[in-house]
Design a protein around this ligand. Structure first.
Ligand SMILES: NC(=O)c1ccc[n+]([C@@H]2O[C@H](COP(=O)([O-])OP(=O)(O)OC[C@H]3O[C@@H](n4cnc5c(N)ncnc54)[C@H](O)[C@@H]3O)[C@@H](O)[C@H]2O)c1
Length: 445
């Protein structure tokens, strides 16, 4: 039986693991397998990433150069743009992007492109797993028929499963190996073998009854976050209207040992997951005649936050008898979250764009992001690229307003409070003692 053949190969570490897409998800994953002595072959469309890996270097914050080099030197990791090598792989894991179209519908083109390559080079005896976040039904409605077009039959010739990736880039506590892996196969054999595969590299595997359950699980998790962040943002506006310290309220509520989980407000949501994934779920639900109001409302609140931040800035400047137009505004942190370099869907982009559209001169400092580019299809302001400015005392002093959009650790916030005239802190980066000793006027979300 094909199930036993693949399981034996895995048990003997003789299985070659192919990973399609070596980004934030695919690279850490293939390195985990390679570190556990499996042969990993990474498939990319980006030649630069292939060259970096083969030279033993990492370009992902959570993966060290040391580990990549170790795996490459041991002959356990290679990267290629030659998809014909898929034929040699016993396991193929798809980790390609799943963005949205401009209409906010799922953009399935990357999964389809990966599926086409698999179809060309598939052979009997392979386990294929989709990890890209997607709507329930993708694995069995989209991928399965594609692979069957190659003349192969599920369970007899190949196995197929979905396993969501839950990696949290930049999180020092939880990384691939200690985040429980949910696995759902298209059929029992696929579930069993996929669960066995992941048990080689992660501490805990949670098997579910189908690929659809696993697909829905991932969307539930991220929709939960999007909605709760939306609520935190709404509560911040309520607290501001009432003149109550939002952050003190959350901190106090979080002391309850059950029934409350702290989520924090901010200038909006970013990254490749939280702003996008709920749309995959609502799109699929709409096809079945169901309209998710929670998802729409959270989207509305979260995407409105950059405007709210700009209003705080505008009102605060007004208090200083200044206009946004002509003011010099320094943004601290542009990545979508703390201590990483990921700019995807970062709300700082919208804040900058809205300020520039109102005539502000915007500069930024972010130790992780050397330059920022704007998509002209979405900008209303100038849209010119911006380049990282060194955080000098002169820069802080010469700014009419400093906005903390991302609370990177490696910034001397105490110094900022001593030199700036006005600070809008959207992340509670300024601790109480800094606020008490501040020479700047501070406005918090
Ligand atoms: N980044 C995260 O924190 C995270 C967390 C959980 C799940 N996910 C999901 O995982 C998937 C991948 O996300 P990511 O953050 O790793 O994206 P990414 O953009 O960092 O990486 C994707 C990689 O795939 C490559 N690629 C694109 N098309 C390809 C093709 N046809 N063949 C081979 N390679 C191709 C790209 O060049 C890129 O290197 C998405 O579905 C995402 O929603 C991401």
């Amino acid at each position: 039986m094909i199930k036993d053949t693949i399981k034996n190969l895995i048990a003997e570490k003789a299985a070659t693991i192919g990973v399609i897409g070596l980004g934030y998800v695919g690279l850490p994953l293939i390195v985990e397998f390679a570190l556990k002595d499996f042969k990993g072959v990474g498939f990319e469309v980006d030649q630069k990433k292939v060259d970096e890996i083969n030279a033993g270097r990492s370009y992902i914050v959570d993966v060290s150069d040391e580990n990549v080099k170790k795996c490459v030197d041991a002959g356990n990791l290679t990267a290629t743009i030659d998809f014909s090598q898929l034929n040699k792989c016993d396991v193929i894991i798809i980790c390609v992007p799943t963005p949205l179209r401009k209409t906010k519908d799922p953009d399935m083109s990357y999964i389809l492109a990966a599926g086409e390559e698999i179809k060309k080079y598939a052979r009997r005896g392979q386990l294929i797993i989709l990890e890209s976040t997607t709507y329930p039904g993708t694995t069995d409605e989209v991928l399965q028929p594609m692979i069957e077009e190659a003349g192969l039959k599920l369970d007899e010739d190949f196995l197929l499963a979905f396993s969501p990736e839950r990696v949290d880039p930049g999180n020092p506590q939880f990384q691939t190996h200690n985040i429980t892996k949910v696995v759902g196969g298209v059929g029992r054999d696929s579930t069993e073998v996929s669960a066995f595969l992941y048990s080689q590299i992660v501490d805990n595997v949670h098997a579910v009854s189908s690929a659809r359950v696993a697909e829905a699980c991932k969307l539930w998790e991220n929709t939960f976050r999007a909605i709760n962040i939306g609520m935190a943002n709404e509560m911040a506006k309520v607290c501001n209207a009432l003149g109550i310290d939002t952050w003190e309220v959350v901190r106090a509520a979080a002391t309850k040992p059950f029934g409350f989980m702290a989520f924090y407000p901010g200038p909006g949501i970013g990254g490749h997951c939280i702003p996008l994934d709920p749309h995959y779920l609502s799109w699929k639900a709409r096809q079945h005649g169901f309209d998710s109001q929670f998802i729409s409302l959270a989207e509305q609140v979260n995407s409105g936050m950059p405007k709210y931040v700009v209003k705080l800035v505008s009102d605060s400047l007004n208090g200083e008898r200044k206009a946004v137009n002509g003011s010099k505004i320094l943004i601290l942190g542009v990545a979508y979250k703390k201590d990483i370099d990921d700019m995807r869907e970062s709300p700082a982009l919208s804040v900058i764009d809205l300020l520039r559209a109102r005539g502000a001169e915007v500069v930024y400092h972010d130790p992780f992001v050397p330059e920022v580019h704007f998509d002209h299809a979405y900008t209303i302001g100038a849209g010119d690229p911006l380049f990282n400015s060194e955080l000098t005392d002169d820069l802080i002093k010469s700014s009419d307003c400093v906005i903390i959009c991302t609370e990177h650790s490696d910034i001397d916030y105490g110094n900022v409070t001593q030199l700036a005239s006005l600070i809008v802190d959207t992340r509670n980066a300024l601790k109480e003692e800094m606020r008490d000793a501040s020479k700047a006027k501070i406005v918090r979300l």
